[in-house]
Design a binder for this molecule. Structure first.
Ligand SMILES: [Zn+2]
Length: 391
């Protein structure tokens, strides 16, 4: 042990930070890179990476056997010893008995203070959120239940799940208010207790925090140009996509007549899920076909899902048989649209392990994405798949 105080805070925990900044010029011009054996350099990088996710972040345990393991050497302490001096350049033992590297510590301290500041902001936002929620509650003088208010709102306008998915895409698949890429919920811009409609023109995607903190305000946070994107997406779907799935007979031809394309129509289609959340359910995809459009062969979303799933999983060395059974299970549990979205995400993200990536998508909710995506990604993917299937 030495007299050095540890270089990072004892509670610094960056285990949820997958990225560690690497000062490329520093590494490139370092003595380590110039002098050490490439194998030692590799161990050095692995040790920096390992320390990023230790607690305290930026520290390493001092034991040789553990360090060898963190270098990816398993029990091969002998090899570790051979490269130890180079691999461990710059690490110093501190008074807590752990090893610290000044450069890594600098990065940790900056990330850790950002994380604390973020926590602080989030706590403040949540506090104002519950205040907003109360304001919302108090602002409703009608005494009606939520379902009563919702049926009044639906008399003013309705939307389908497809409308809602298009709106999410048109708004960039992020919270329209704060830009968060996590799960998104439906927000009635003019709250329904203030007379707002349940039509798509009155809906915006918000993260749960923004939704609960918005209070009685009625600000439209949707990005500029969302109407154009929405229309374009709708046309894409109309041209590239139709489903033969179970449509109730009585609404045939009634849904989305020209001019009421944004859910303002009075079609009797009942949206079973007005609460937001699980949005993608294959059987409820509404065929958006303008009256008189030429017929084209129907496309089965389950087939699209299987075809793209087998291709994606096959590329990750999952045998077709296994891929089929997994896809079948996902199909039963989540419906084809959700699976297609998750497959698209896995493909775009270049997921090394698509199976766990996709299962994580399911756990995190249908609209969740690990990072911000380019616009219209999954719709493009669906349309491409279907074009290919029809060719
Ligand atoms: Zn938000």
């Amino acid at each position: 042990m030495t007299g050095h105080a540890p270089l990072t805070s004892a509670d610094a925990d960056l285990q949820d930070f997958p990225f560690m900044p690497l000062h490329v010029a520093r590494l490139r011009d370092s003595d380590l890179a110039a002098e050490a054996h490439p194998e030692a350099c590799w161990y050095a990088v692995l040790l920096w990476s390992a320390s990023w996710h230790q607690v305290p972040a930026g520290s390493l345990p001092a034991g040789e056997a553990v360090l060898a393991r963190l270098c990816g050497l398993g029990r091969d302490v002998k090899t570790f010893r051979r490269h130890r001096d180079d691999a461990m350049r710059g690490w110093i033992e501190c008074s807590d008995g752990r090893l610290y590297h000044p450069v890594v510590a600098e990065q940790v301290n900056s990330a850790w203070s950002e994380k604390l500041a973020y926590r602080d902001r989030k706590a403040k936002r949540a506090a104002s959120g519950s205040a907003g929620g109360e304001a919302k509650w108090n602002a409703d003088p009608s005494g009606l239940s939520r379902s009563q208010r919702l049926s009044i709102a639906r008399e003013k306008g309705r939307h389908t799940k497809q409308d809602w998915l298009l709106m999410i895409e048109a708004c960039g698949t992020i919270c329209a208010r704060c830009g968060d890429g996590g799960p998104l919920v439906k927000d009635h811009i003019l709250p329904i207790y203030k007379g707002g409609s349940d039509g798509i023109e009155n809906l915006q995607p918000l993260c749960p925090t923004c939704n609960s903190s918005k209070g009685p305000e009625d600000t439209d946070h949707r990005p500029n140009g969302w109407e154009d994107r929405y229309e374009r997406l709708r046309e894409c779907l109309a041209n590239g996509k139709r489903t033969p799935s179970k449509m109730p007979d009585e609404i045939e031809g009634e849904r989305l007549p020209k001019g009421t394309g944004r859910g303002k129509g009075t079609g009797s289609y009942s949206d079973a899920d007005a609460s937001g959340g699980a949005a993608a359910v294959g059987a409820e995809v509404i065929p958006i076909i303008p009256a008189g459009a030429p017929p084209s062969p129907p496309v089965d979303p389950a087939k699209v899902m299987f075809d793209s799933g087998i291709a994606l999983l096959g590329a990750a060395a999952v045998p077709e048989r296994k891929a089929r059974s997994m896809l079948g299970k996902w199909l039963r549990d989540h419906g084809p649209e959700t699976v297609i979205v998750a497959l698209g995400n896995a493909q775009r993200e270049g997921a090394v392990d698509p199976v766990s990536f996709i299962e994580r998508c399911f756990r995190n909710g249908p609209q969740s994405r690990p990072a911000r995506q380019s616009r219209n990604g999954f719709l493009d993917a669906i349309i491409d798949e279907e074009r290919a299937a029809r060719a």
